[in-house]
Write a protein of this length. Structure first.
Length: 487
């Protein structure tokens, strides 16, 4: 299948558009097809500098290399590749004009001289009468000779699509199923603006045809444009592509996911430190349901299992908690050495001793089970590189069933247990055995002992397990921290 992603460079790439692009990319991969990147910059006034670069950066980060179209070359310059170019609409304006002329000649389009003021008045009247806002076709009635004269005189005008009002436009959406629109509800869309520039609708249809796109995947917000596009395909005598409109992304309160509710720019998610594996896994599950309990998917698994049939039409709730859970799961999957290599420079900035620490791999492994984002690492490992002192406030913790009165006794037991282990036999097993032995005669619960040990050694409420930390810290340091507590 030939699919495409056709963003307009009018600002940041919305996270929902990244998902749309991903679905189109997945369909191309699944069918050994081609994924094209086309830049829809017909609206020059809304263009934002740097938007194309940003789109390409995000796609590259996500691992979605376009097979054709606009892309970065090895040196990072933006180039176009492929046999269906140019892929930037502003380079195709002459082409759109030629096709618009054809529509005019064939009677599928007409010239409209109505001024913005007149259109405004018309709209106001329609509003008052509670009619749908629609061009009233004043200029369709004009005498052809008069039209000629006005054109020759250089009067400003646009070109409008002549919608067959008596027809019903029906098609089968790959997600919404069979849909039909009455012709009389479709507005006579402007195709060429008065400056001769094409509108999105004309350029989009001409390009999807000339670029031989088989499947258009786009956001639900374009659903109402599709009848206009289908009318254009028919007017040109072209076979339209298949359309799949993907559901909106919603906030947990089911309102439309928008900028006001937090970050929706794809690049903000990258900046926050999400792994591409995690973000793309999460996005795939927004609107698509694998039909099984599986939640973690590699890209290869997604290419295999993804189908349009399993995308539902109702809005997909953007659940950040789920995203963070998926992120955590993907952090655990990183090979231990790679994980240590990724966090070591971050930890070293704060704790230079980490640079030559022979136990770094072991320490990193302890937090890999708990971390969500790489930048959390320095803080999580800080207790290994500093000499913190635990406070009573931390240690006496009702959730751990440890009261202030218990603490001195527990600390005493722990010190004796640690001291009973020979320096040379300091292993996790030895620590477990010593603590078990101490526990037997204490009348305390194991959880109480382990909490005090862990809190005293790490001085943190959330930290790796007590035995593992004690083992890595070593006998001397462990003892020092237990004794240091000023109680
Ligand atoms: N340029 C449109 C956008 O920015 C593309 C819509 C489509 O895929 O047809 O979303």
């Amino acid at each position: 299948m030939r699919t495409r992603f056709a963003p307009s460079p009018t600002g940041f790439l919305h996270i929902g558009n990244l998902r749309t692009a991903f679905f189109a990319w997945l369909m191309a991969r699944k069918t050994n097809g081609s994924f094209a990147l086309r830049i829809e910059d017909t609206d020059r006034a809304r263009e934002v500098t740097g938007a194309v670069e940003s789109i390409l950066r995000v796609l590259a980060w996500a691992g979605m290399k376009p097979d054709e179209g606009v892309m970065p070359d090895d040196a990072g310059n933006i180039v176009e590749k492929g046999s269906h170019g140019p892929y930037i609409q502003s380079k195709r304006f002459d082409l759109y004009r030629t096709y618009a002329d054809q529509l005019l000649k064939d009677g599928h389009a007409y010239r409209c001289f109505c001024t913005p003021e007149r259109l405004d008045e018309m709209r106001k009247k329609q509003e008052k009468l509670r009619q749908a806002p629609m061009y009233d076709r004043t200029c369709l009635e004009l005498d052809p000779a008069e039209v000629e004269k006005r054109v020759a005189a250089g009067e400003k005008h646009v070109l409008r699509l002549k919608v067959p009002r008596e027809e019903t436009i029906a098609y089968e959406d790959k997600i919404y199923g069979p849909l039909s629109f009455k012709g009389h509800t479709v507005d006579d869309q402007v195709l060429l603006k008065s400056d001769g520039f094409p509108t999105y609708h004309l350029a989009n249809v001409v390009d999807d045809h000339l670029m031989e796109i088989d499947l258009v995947i786009r956001g639900e917000e374009w659903l109402s444009s599709t009848p206009k596009h289908l009318i254009l395909f028919k007017a040109f005598g072209w076979r339209p592509p298949q359309y799949a409109h993907v559901p909106l992304l919603l906030n947990p309160d089911r309102s439309k996911l928008s900028k006001r509710q937090g970050d929706v720019a794809a690049e903000d998610f990258i900046k926050k430190g999400y792994l591409p594996e995690a973000l793309m896994n999460f996005l795939a599950l927004l609107g698509w349901n694998p039909g099984t309990e599986q939640e973690l998917f590699t890209i290869t698994e997604l290419i295999e299992s993804f189908t349009l049939e399993r995308i539902h039409k109702s809005g997909a709730v953007f659940d950040l908690k789920k995203l963070d859970w998926i992120q955590g799961q993907w952090m655990r999957k990183i090979p231990a050495q790679d994980f240590a290599d990724r966090i070591r420079p971050l930890v070293t900035v704060k704790y230079p001793d980490a640079a030559n620490d022979s136990k770094f791999l072991q320490k990193a492994a302890l937090i890999q089970e708990r971390i969500t984002f790489f930048p959390e690492a320095p803080d999580m490992l800080g207790f290994f590189y500093t000499e913190p002192t635990a406070t009573m406030e931390l240690i006496a913790n009702p959730k751990q069933k440890v009261t202030e009165a218990d603490v001195p006794k527990i600390l005493g037991i722990l010190k004796t247990a640690v001291e009973s282990i020979d320096e040379k036999k300091w292993t996790k097993d030895a620590i477990v055995t010593a603590i078990d032995a101490a526990l037997a005669s204490s009348g305390l619960k194991k959880g109480q002992l382990l909490w005090v040990l862990r809190a005293s050694l790490t001085c943190r409420a959330y930290s790796p397990g007590a035995y593992e930390v004690a083992e890595i810290l070593g006998r001397e340091k462990a003892l020092l921290r237990l004794k240091k507590i000023g109680i």
